[in-house]
Write a protein that binds this ligand. Structure first.
Ligand code: SAM
Ligand code: SF4
Length: 341
């Protein structure tokens, strides 16, 4: 169908060499965080100098380029996105694409510590669903996993989000010997409060103190245990990502399993990831990245950066290459907090 007279033809959408349409961009807006989860960061992380980060204006501009090329969903992540100064300015800017209909979803992955403060503003800017990472409901374990967090602050944040009308999904990393006995109860809690829940396997991303093979709990094991308490009915729901979903018949809620190490999900991959310094990673599990910051700063016109984006997508690999046994040192040297979850 032709667009109405006077309207330019839409730019060609981003399609990679394996005919996968790229419609989903994850943006890490900071590598910093107020927590230090044991599987994600070391205790004494060195963060990037602030001058290396894209400004909020640059992030907005870059998102605009992707949206012009057919990206329909943005997920803001980090580090902890809500600790970046003036982050609501970026949400305010991006929400205009929701108003215009160019974007179908603007969402967020957060540790929840700042939600009590920001939930109302996020809801008013069109954020309808968020992911909140929470691995335990035991305050002491929470402090141990995050090395400093206060569980009650996150629970207050969750309440604020729900009261603001935002739908919450809880993401929990399954950790051997840490929260494995709690998973079934957490599902009952989350579903009881109307929240979906997703379990994530530990991925070998970035150097941490200790050994991830100790933390690794295969979700096949977690799932088999859950099946002694719950009836899990597979759902056809697919997001283009690594999650597989089931309905928990006893609670009526939805449960996801993200198993990047034991499952291959690459054939339906619809996403790319932007770091806070403007590196575009075409695959979470591979090192190849395109430097969009240089293109962005080289010219105030978007032509150059658009060209860089198209060129980068033409390099998107067919699949990733994680193996937990090779995770010492980390199989992929950058931390999840750099590329975002
Ligand atoms: N700070 C925010 C949060 O915690 O939700 C957003 C960024 S965090 C890097 C995104 C997600 O990645 C979280 O759900 C976290 O549990 C997960 N994550 C971090 N490191 C991981 C790892 N090595 N393996 C698996 N998941 C990891
Ligand atoms: Fe921070 Fe999220 Fe990493 Fe935890 S998982 S240290 S909250 S970035």
């Amino acid at each position: 169908m032709r667009p109405p007279a006077g309207r330019p033809l839409p730019a060609a959408p981003l399609v990679d060499p394996f005919q996968r349409a790229i419609t989903y961009l994850r943006i890490s807006v900071t590598d910093r965080c107020d927590l230090r989860c044991v599987y994600c960061m070391s205790d004494d992380m060195t963060f990037l100098p602030k001058r290396d980060l894209l400004t909020l204006e640059e992030l907005d501009r870059l998102c605009g380029v992707f949206i012009d090329r057919g990206v329909r969903k943005l997920r803001i992540t980090g580090g902890e996105p809500l600790v970046r100064r003036d982050i609501m300015h970026l949400f305010r800017r991006l929400s205009r694409h929701l108003d215009s209909g160019a974007l179908s979803e603007l969402t967020l992955t957060t540790n929840g510590t700042q939600l009590a403060r920001y939930a109302d503003a996020l809801a008013s800017l069109g954020v309808k669903r968020i992911n909140v990472s929470l691995d335990t409901l035991d305050p002491e374990k929470f402090r141990a996993i995050t090395r400093r967090g206060d569980l009650s602050v996150v629970l207050d944040g969750l309440r604020a989000a729900r009261e603001a009308g935002i739908k919450v999904k809880i993401n929990a990393v399954a950790l051997r010997g840490v929260n494995e006995d709690e998973i079934a109860d957490m599902i009952a809690w989350a579903h009881g409060d109307g929240m979906d829940m997703t379990l994530i396997e530990v991925m070998p991303l970035g150097e941490i103190e200790g050994d991830r093979t100790d933390q690794f709990l295969p979700l096949s094991v977690a799932r088999a245990r859950l099946e002694s308490r719950y009836t899990l009915t597979p759902l056809p729901d697919r997001t283009g990502g690594p999650a597989r979903y089931v309905r928990v018949e006893e609670t009526g809620g939805r449960l996801g399993f993200i198993t990047p190490l034991t499952h291959n999900f690459c054939e339906s991959c619809n996403r790319v990831r932007l770091t806070c310094t403007g590196q575009l990673y075409m695959c979470l599990g591979q090192e190849d990245a395109a430097d969009l910051r240089a293109a962005l700063r080289a010219s105030p016109d978007d032509a150059l950066v658009t060209e860089a984006v198209i060129e980068a997508i033409s390099r998107k690999p067919k699949g990733h290459d994680f193996v937990i046994e090779r995770a010492r040192p980390a199989a992929v040297p950058r931390h999840m907090s750099v590329t975002g979850g």
